[in-house]
Design a protein. Structure first.
Length: 78
């Protein structure tokens, strides 16, 4: 499958985790407070390619709809 590289920035993904961890100690991750921002470089197969060419969806299945994809992946604090 074709590989692509994309540099992205995510902001406000999990703001105030420190306060959440105080209330719910089972919440894992870094204890940031306000203004969570992360940068990453993704390299791999585009999800669009997988949905269209592997999962069998058609272009019209993806256009003009409010769709959400939920993914679970390994994430580590470095």
């Amino acid at each position: 499958m074709p590989s692509h590289e994309l540099t992205v920035a995510l902001s406000c993904a999990g703001n105030k985790r420190a306060q959440v961890q105080d209330a719910f100690p089972t919440v894992k991750g870094l204890r940031w407070t306000n203004g969570a921002v992360g940068n990453a470089v993704y390299k791999g197969v585009l999800m669009r390619h997988i949905l269209l060419n592997v999962m069998g969806l058609k272009e019209e299945d993806l256009l003009g709809k409010d769709l959400h994809l939920i993914a679970i992946a390994y994430d580590a604090d470095f």
